[in-house]
Design a protein around this ligand. Structure first.
Ligand code: HEC
Length: 181
């Protein structure tokens, strides 16, 4: 009979739904999901998560300051280290732009200082002057300091290297900027 045929189908559907519900219920009871309270894989150097209850999101770690090292930094060693920059930069007075702008007198100069150079928006919108610590941050990791920069240089990890390079940059100027006190 047609009636009982449809009854069988609806019974089957109901039963299926019931089994699905039950299965879900049992699974929850049995498995007991527990949320991790800590990262299983520790990431070296990563900041600890802020304590529950909020606080500000951890700021990206700033590189160590170069200012205390500059007085005793080696411009000579800095000159050697800038070999890697020379693929893209000239440092002499009136030098031409290459992939990057000329860097004569960069300390104390405008960020994006070279007239006519096609800087990225990342540099254009900085709008400040290159002091020692800004250069320090930029040279530690250009893309962290100026996300989107065209300068594809990974950065110097060592604060001593950065101090030496900045000490060299300081000599490449009409009159070297005063050292930080
Ligand atoms: C692969 C090429 C490349 C290398 C290597 C490179 N730079 Fe650059 N640099 C650039 C480019 C391109 C820009 C312009 C960035 C922009 O517009 O985003 C730039 C910008 C700069 C600026 C900002 C200049 C201004 O007028 O504001 C400084 C300072 C700088 N570089 C220093 C260095 C130093 C020091 C090194 C070596 C440690 C170095 N760069 C290595 C390509 C390079």
């Amino acid at each position: 009979m047609a009636g009982s045929f449809f009854n069988k189908i609806s019974m089957a559907i109901l039963l299926g739904a019931l089994i699905a519900l039950l299965a879900g219920f049992i699974a929850k009871k049995v498995v007991h999901p527990t949320m991790l309270t800590e990262n299983v894989y520790k990431i070296e150097g990563a900041e600890a998560a802020p304590a529950a209850g909020g606080g500000e999101p951890a700021a990206p770690a700033k590189p160590d300051p170069v200012s205390p090292l500059l007085a005793s930094a080696s411009a000579e060693n800095g000159a050697k280290l800038t070999k890697v920059c020379q693929a893209c930069h000239t440092f002499d007075k009136g030098g031409a732009a290459k992939v990057g702008p000329n860097l004569w007198g960069i300390i104390g100069n405008k960020q994006g200082h070279m007239e006519g150079f096609a800087y990225s928006d990342a540099i254009k919108k900085l709008g400040g002057t290159w002091d020692y610590e800004k250069l320090n941050e930029f040279l530690a990791s250009p893309k962290t300091y100026a996300p989107g920069t065209k300068m594809t240089f990974a950065g110097f990890k060592s604060v001593k290297d950065r101090a030496d390079v900045i000490a060299y940059l300081r000599t490449q100027a009409d009159s070297p900027a005063p050292l930080p006190q």
